[in-house]
Ligand binder design. Sequence first.
Ligand SMILES: Cc1ncc(COP(=O)(O)O)c(C=O)c1O
Length: 392
Amino acid sequence: MPHATLAASRLPHSGIREIVDLALSATRPVIRLEIGEPDFVTPRHITEAAFEAARVRVSYVQTAGVPALREAVGERIQRTYGVAAPLEQVLITHGAVQAVDALLSAVVGPGDEVLIPDPAWPNYEMQTTLIGATPVPYALRQADEFQPDLAEMRRLITPRTRVIVLNTPNNPTGTVLRPEVLAGVVALAVEHDLLVISDEVYDEIVFEGTHLNAAALAPDHVASVFSFSKTYAMTGWRVGYALVPAWLADTVTRILELETSCVSSVTQAAALAAVTGPQDAVAHMREAYRARRDAAVGVLESAGIDLVRPHGAFYLMLPLPDGTDSRLAALDLVSAGVSFAPGSAFGRSTPNHLRVSLAASEASITDGLSRFLAWRDAGGVRAGAALAGEGR
Ligand SMILES: Cc1ncc(COP(=O)(O)O)c(C=O)c1O
């Protein structure tokens, strides 16, 4: 009988999907706060540009992206972060997903190690596992405001380490890395000759402080990943981009060629309109996320919950009492009419947190959190802990 590789068969199922499926099949309405996807529609001028592009011949285009788009996003990086972004080092990808995948595939081999934030967006661990390499989690703890511990990261580096993954603003914590922490991680990478894959897909969704681009600190040691998905509410269009070190650009381009040949010219026309057109929708969405963050923090703090105020992205980590199993709590909460992603879906460091997505209306967020508080006050948390104790 043919069989899947050991690495592929080890890929875990998504702990978020389990909640999505349950919420979708629930018999009474559920307030959906588990999904990490903007609830806005793509601005009209972007969609119009795609229609225009689709009216002419739609054919294969350059693997690394159409030059006009590469130039435009390169200029944006240069203008925003003061980092040189020459066309040859800017690659258009099938979402940030493909950029991360191609970068890891380019520099990591079987048996290598990759330092990955914990909690984190699950793809880093999955892609590393699929390569046959070992994901090495570095903890982001609530007590440290979800900032990494540099001394711990240093201890985790071995001769097999190839990559450090950074994600700022972070999914699922909403944390924006402090400048000194960012500089410390990049210095570690330079010292050990590692590549930093810096996932910056939420760079335009920062409420306090400034988003810093890691590539500015050590251009040969950092590959930065960006996306249109979150900034312009374009998740379904599947377009992202990366600024990669000169030595890596050709290798990654060959992987993109193998994987997808090119990103659709229609999608790239839409992306070009997004990055060169009016940016007021970006500011509007950022302000909406900020207002929702403030509303959510207000509801939870008034209920005596001690949380870390997120400074970016559109997530918030809601702590449950020690010993609560976040998966069981999230499953139970669906029957109480609200869905959250369990912290356990993002790693091992947040087993008793729930990720609250702010990609829903302010009314849904406050109603959903009220349902959570009613569940908590009715002893729901204890039920979760008891079930966890039974090893279910
Ligand atoms: C941290 C992070 N990186 C990358 C992605 C994927 O982005 P894209 O839609 O561009 O593939 C996500 C999506 O949720 C994310 O949260």
